[in-house]
Design a protein around this ligand. Structure first.
Ligand SMILES: [Mg+2]
Length: 307
């Protein structure tokens, strides 16, 4: 395999996120035991499979993809990320169907919905995200990849990763998982292997947070690596499930199929893993049969062209 260019990696990252999300949509809410065998995991599930989100056309991204595009749009307008713009984009998605291929809004997380009601009622987007210990769903992790498309340094990637989490996911653990993910993605973009990139991200955050009040939360996030991947909606499991998929496979296709095979929050695990796999293998690593049925691809292209 030739090494993808930076441009091919960035395009692969965003398209890989969207394709992974779309691939996982029909399989959501099924446990691992009821997911079809790998050869049959496609945008259209095998006949007889009780697909989730009936009525949604094959190849359609869900909340994950829409929120990632909402973030990319805000970052294109202002690379330092104006949270007011980002929150307005998110509400525009939630209320009007912006950033979706056909105006259909589905699959919104409970915590995210709660944050939107707070924002609509006038809360500041820097504090609207619920921040209790139980408020650690994967909703801000799944959308954060666009940070690495504009971040000029690792410091900036950490800052933006955490900042973009705030409107919906205010807890430190969620913020740190987003930082871990974006640092990992930065490493891959810089040419590191995925394994080295994850390790470097962990070491960098450990060093940064040594002796601070956030140290305990960071250790909780990092200890997730010792648990079996569940593909659940919990941000720590979600991050490490995606890393498991990336590190245990050698192609984009196998990576996102592995994510779906974990069951549960299939679209989000495949989105998070697919973003990294897209960076690793580049746009050409994503199967054409999936890219060609990605509903709304032109919308992503319009945003990519503005980078
Ligand atoms: Mg989703």
């Amino acid at each position: 395999m030739t090494t993808p260019s930076r441009q091919a990696r960035l395009r692969g990252g965003l398209l890989g996120l969207l394709v992974g999300d779309a691939l996982g949509v029909p399989y959501e809410f099924h446990d691992a035991a009821s997911i079809p065998p790998s050869a049959e995991i496609e945008m259209t599930p095998p006949v007889g499979f009780n697909r989730a989100h009936a009525g949604v056309p094959p190849g359609t991204w869900s909340d994950d993809g829409a929120q990632a595009l909402a973030l990319l749009d805000a970052l294109v307008r202002d690379p330092t990320l104006d949270l007011g713009t980002f929150a307005a984009n998110l509400l525009n998605w939630f209320q009007q169907g912006a950033f979706t291929p056909d105006g259909n809004v589905f699959d919104i997380g409970l915590q995210t919905r709660q944050a939107f009601y707070a924002i609509a009622a006038g809360a500041s987007p820097s504090t609207s995200g619920p921040s209790g210990e139980r408020d650690n769903g994967n909703g801000s992790l799944m959308r954060c990849l666009p940070v690495v498309m504009v971040a000029a340094s690792r410091d900036e990637a950490i800052h933006l990763a955490r900042k973009q989490s705030l409107p919906t996911h205010g807890h430190i653990r969620s913020q740190l998982c987003c930082a871990l993910y974006c640092l990992t993605a930065m490493g891959i973009l810089e040419g590191q292997s995925a394994a080295d990139a994850v390790r470097a991200a962990e070491d960098e955050l450990l060093e940064r947070h040594a002796g601070t009040t956030e140290d305990t939360e960071l250790k909780i996030a990092l200890d997730g690596r010792f648990d079996a991947p569940q593909g659940s909606g919990y941000v720590v499991d979600s991050f490490w499930s995606a890393i498991h998929c990336v590190l245990s496979t050698h192609s984009y296709e196998d990576c996102v199929k592995r994510a779906v095979a974990l069951g549960n929050d299939t679209d989000t695990t495949a989105c998070i893993a697919g973003g990294l796999a897209g960076l690793i293998y580049g746009e050409n690593g994503i199967p054409i049969r999936w890219l060609s049925v990605l509903h709304g691809k032109a919308m992503a292209e319009t945003l990519l062209a503005q980078l």
